[in-house]
Ligand binder design. Structure first.
Ligand SMILES: [Zn+2]
Length: 172
């Protein structure tokens, strides 16, 4: 049986990334094995069967604690790679209660129709299929300026632009 050490990588934008491992006790220690096979998250049972059939693993460790530490490092490395590639895990906008999102992804045609700049972040998607820009308006009663200020504080990693009738956010 797996010892319950699972890795589900949650990106900042809420999407789930494809590094997930479990570790299982075997002769000689604790072996860390993948539970994502050919891009598909499989059950622990399938993962173990795959391991038994192929022997594919990330390494064997003396203790469950060491296996966990290794899995954490694997996760962190993967997250850093995503970050370097400027994937959408970088975008991860943080909004506020009561706001309304008015636009996110637009097809190039739609983008032209609304007067968006060519190659706008609104026409681009991250690796998880989500738009790399969003427009939103504040909760009733809050000024656009105040709203933009809050979004700026909450999203120091993003470009936050007060467009007058909405606030636009995109990667820096
Ligand atoms: Zn916009």
């Amino acid at each position: 049986m797996p010892l319950g050490i699972k890795y589900r990588v949650k990106n900042g934008d809420g999407s789930i990334s494809t590094v997930r491992t479990i570790s299982i006790g075997v002769d000689g220690g604790e072996v860390v094995i993948p539970t994502v096979l050919k891009g598909r998250v499989v059950s622990d049972e399938e993962a173990i069967q795959h391991y038994e059939r192929t022997g594919a693993n990330f390494g064997t460790f003396a203790t469950p604690e060491e296996a966990t530490a290794f899995a954490e490092e694997l996760h962190n490395r993967h997250a850093r790679e995503l970050e370097r590639e400027g994937r959408s895990s970088d975008f991860a906008p943080k909004g506020i209660e009561g706001e309304r999102i008015t636009s996110s992804y637009r097809t190039p045609e739609r983008n032209r129709a609304v007067g968006g700049v060519a190659n706008s972040y609104h026409t681009r998607k991250g690796s998880d299929g989500r738009a790399l820009a969003r427009d939103s308006v504040p909760p009733p009663g809050m000024s656009m300026a105040r709203y933009a200020e809050i979004l700026r504080q909450q999203n120091p990693h993003l470009e936050v632009i007060n467009e007058g009738d909405h606030v636009h956010m995109e990667p820096r």
